[in-house]
Design a protein. Structure first.
Length: 99
């Protein structure tokens, strides 16, 4: 492997490490913002559509579900991107070592 190829692989690995760091930071932020609820606890809410508190709570619940789904989609995308890059780097390293 010549110096130029080594430099290219090194830069690729640095980019990969940065993406992993971004993923870890996003997960830590989500964890800090999130909360957990005891599995045995149950809350009963009125389902009366005219009750303003019920409407507010339903809106909050819906927003939370959408935010969680968005975060899951973002994490899945990041992991897919990282996996794709790892495959690309493995091919690059294999191709350069075969020369």
């Amino acid at each position: 492997m010549n110096n130029q190829q080594f430099h290219h692989v090194l830069l690729s690995l640095i980019a990969y490490i940065r993406e992993v760091a971004d993923l870890i930071e996003a997960a830590q932020t989500k964890l800090q913002e999130g909360f957990t609820m005891d599995e045995t606890s149950h809350t009963c809410l009125s389902t009366d559509g005219d009750n303003p508190i019920s409407r507010i709570l339903k809106t909050i619940l819906q927003d939370t579900k959408e935010e969680d789904q968005s975060m899951e989609d973002n994490i899945s995308f990041m992991l897919g991107s990282i996996h794709k890059r790892i495959g690309k780097y493995k091919r690059t390293i294999k191709d350069t070592t075969d020369d």
